[in-house]
Design a protein around this ligand. Structure first.
Ligand code: ASP
Length: 345
């Protein structure tokens, strides 16, 4: 019989109302019972009971290790219940280290466990349906929510409270989950995975936003606070103010890697404009991070620093290049296409 592991981490799906606000205190076994999943063999691992807004980089890395442990123990698939606020980050970090065809599926809820109409039970049932489906094999970690599944790269929380909480602007979902079926929509292949055993901790990387009138003070403050790299959440196609661009040049000169993403939801960044804009950011040595969200780019940069501290920019560029050529072909990867941890460099 197919064996699954449910790793419960908290979030709204596990939350109940209390005088102090919603608190994630429902156990994995209680979540399973509420979902009426029928005859499935599910081992439960109560990893933590936190809102995902409280997760640290150490928590995220510990979760990745926990999922790897479950797979090493021979389960056929893993389902992770998780808060929605940072689910796109956990999914992406899992993806960076995932070189296994077995499904790892994250899900959660927008309405709490004790809501009169909770969405968690249906999302959890859909997550198990996806984890059990051959359609989900070799796609990497998936985020399942409100009847759709997305690959980790590019998925974002796009609604604060509505049940259809997630989207992948410019990319779309990879599977549809109906009442009795998991239907393929379109999936992308992924760059090779990083070696988890080579990473002891994730270095701090901060995201600094560009906006009209922004200067370089927060970029300098991030590094002063210990950031080993910075992601600029740039304007439009990847522009910052002349003052920020000058600060980026100073950071890169000091050996601090800087990645550029956009505050726009969809589309790649491109070094197009002079006068302190994106072309100058690129000349300053910043790496343009395609259409990665700042939050996912931050994790990639952190893993790149951990992987090759002497030249994280090279790792980042190589991953982006691999992703661009892999992503150009929308196709299903066959089992075993990504079975070895080779690292992106
Ligand atoms: N709104 C969040 C959730 O859905 C809170 C969190 O991320 O834990 O769970």
């Amino acid at each position: 019989m197919t064996r699954f592991r449910l790793i419960a981490t908290g979030g709204t799906i596990a939350s109940r109302r209390s005088a102090g606000g919603l608190l994630a205190e429902t156990t994995g076994a209680q979540l399973l019972a509420a979902s009426e999943l029928g005859a499935l063999e599910v081992e439960v691992d109560d990893f933590t009971t936190k809102g995902s807004y409280a997760f640290t980089l150490d928590d995220l890395l510990a979760l990745v290790r926990r999922v790897h442990d479950a797979l090493a123990q021979g389960v056929d698939g893993v389902v992770v219940t998780h808060g929605t606020d940072t689910m796109e980050e956990s999914a992406f970090l899992l993806d960076l280290f995932h070189a296994d065809p077995r499904p790892v599926v994250l899900t959660g809820a927008q309405r709490p466990f004790d809501s009169p109409a909770p969405d968690g039970p249906a999302n959890l049932a859909a997550a198990f349906a996806v984890a059990a489906s051959p359609q989900a094999r070799a796609l990497g970690p998936l985020l399942v929510f409100d009847g759709l599944a997305w690959q980790a790269r590019g998925v974002r929380k796009v609604e604060t409270l509505a049940a259809a909480a997630f989207g992948a602007p410019g990319r779309g979902p990879c599977l549809r989950v109906t009442h009795d079926r998991v239907l393929p929509l379109g999936a992308r292949s992924r760059p090779s995975a990083f070696d988890l055993d080579a990473v002891r901790e994730l270095p701090r990387v901060d995201v600094v936003a560009a906006y009209a009138g922004a200067d370089g003070a927060l970029l300098q403050a991030a590094v002063a606070a210990g950031a080993g790299g910075v992601v600029v959440q740039a304007l439009g196609a990847g522009n910052a103010s002349p003052a920020m661009t000058a600060a980026v040049a100073r950071l890169v000169d000091r050996g601090v890697p800087v990645a550029v993403c956009s505050r726009a939801f969809s589309g790649p960044v491109a070094p197009m404009y002079g006068g302190g804009g994106g072309a100058d950011l690129e000349r300053a040595g910043a790496v343009f991070a395609s259409d990665l969200s700042p939050w996912q780019a931050r994790l990639l940069l952190s893993v790149s620093i951990a992987h090759k501290p002497e030249d994280p920019g090279a790792v980042l560029r190589q991953w982006l290049q691999q992703e661009a050529s892999a992503g150009a072909h929308v196709r299903r990867m066959s089992d075993g296409a990504r079975t070895s941890d080779q690292g992106a460099s």
